[in-house]
Design a protein around this ligand. Structure first.
Ligand code: NAP
Length: 289
């Protein structure tokens, strides 16, 4: 059985990957209690001492605000440790899988959807930190997968606590009755997280390279939030009251950092539209109108 060294093992997507693939792989779980990701040398030594076939590197400080507040500390986690892991894997002759992000394209020139070869540019520290590791791996490593995820969504499962996402944010507004704003001047893809976890074996079999993993979404974030509320059976008057447009954020420079997923779909990985992913998710969890 293949041995997968999985970092950030208690995180949302890592937990989901383990839940969906239990028994298929032997997961060697790495958490911050095992090694401090602010210590890249310690991380590299830890990886070199481990016995594994593939490293699925999922640990990151993915909180954008935190990356702005502590750029040096988060860079150690998001960039330096990622590079240390990739270097160790390269020298050991093991495959490394690095999870990158749509945020690498939030200030890219040209028009969305962005392909794997398009120029990256990011206004956020988080995006810049991921971009740096992403570029280093492409330059220096032979056997790698870089998976650039869109914003992933889903709900809690046993042992799986989702990161904030469009579904949890809309459900939070509906449950609390607190009107919540969603951006009008932002377009991004949003993907049901099970697309990743459920297809992990096929994904790990992809040829070395960078891939965009994103179901396609033509709506603004505000329009997407309204659709989610409607699909959850919320009456239109309540949708109007609770799901409000944020007209100001990015009004002067609207953001569109949607990722094109043609390459990964051509390689056999199934993705859909946001609407299809939402229906899939609501069906899985027994929700929906
Ligand atoms: N969720 C998304 O929409 C999305 C989109 C694009 C890319 N990604 C990327 O996908 C990966 C997983 O995301 P996620 O949403 O599952 O994130 P998450 O739930 O926040 O999990 C990340 C995990 O990283 C580990 N970690 C964080 N800070 C650390 C530190 N200072 N030292 C050591 N470990 C630390 C923690 O794992 P332990 O508790 O096990 O230590 C944490 O649970 C990340 O690389 C993220 O950047 C996510």
């Amino acid at each position: 059985m293949q041995r997968i060294l999985i970092t950030g093992a208690n995180g949302y997507l890592a937990s989901l990957a383990q839940l969906y693939n239990a028994g298929r792989y032997e997961f060697l779980r790495v958490s911050h209690s095992d090694v401090d990701f602010r210590d890249p040398e310690g991380v590299e030594a830890f990886v070199r001492a481990a016995d594994f076939d593939v490293c699925l590197h999922m640990a990151a400080d993915a909180t954008t605000a935190h990356c702005e507040q502590d750029p040096e500390g988060t860079r150690l986690v998001n960039t330096e440790s990622a590079i240390a892991i990739a270097r160790a894997c390269h020298e050991l002759g093991r495959q490394v899988v690095f999870i990158s992000t749509e945020q690498c394209f939030n200030a890219s020139p040209g028009a969305a959807p962005f392909s794997e070869e398009d120029e990256q540019a990011s206004t956020t520290r988080y995006g810049q930190q991921k971009m740096e590791a992403d570029a280093w791996i492409r330059e220096n490593v032979d056997d790698y997968l870089i998976l650039r995820f869109s914003w992933m969504f889903g709900l809690a499962m046993p042992g799986v606590r989702p990161s904030p996402n469009i579904l949890t944010n809309v459900m939070g507004a509906l449950r609390s009755g607190r009107p919540t704003v969603f951006r009008v001047h932002e377009r991004r893809n949003m993907t049901y997280a099970q697309r990743f976890a459920g297809q992990l074996p096929a994904i790990l079999g992809l040829p070395s390279g960078a891939y965009h993993l994103a179901s396609q979404n033509g709506r603004t974030t505000y329009e997407t939030a309204r659709l989610v509320a409607e699909r959850l059976g919320c009456p239109v008057a309540e949708v109007d009251r609770l799901i409000l447009p944020d007209e100001s954020t990015y009004a002067e420079h609207p953001r569109d950092f949607r990722l094109a997923s043609d390459k990964i779909r051509a390689a056999g990985i199934e993705l859909g539209s946001f609407e299809e992913d939402l229906d899939l998710c609501l069906r899985d969890f027994g929700l929906g109108a």
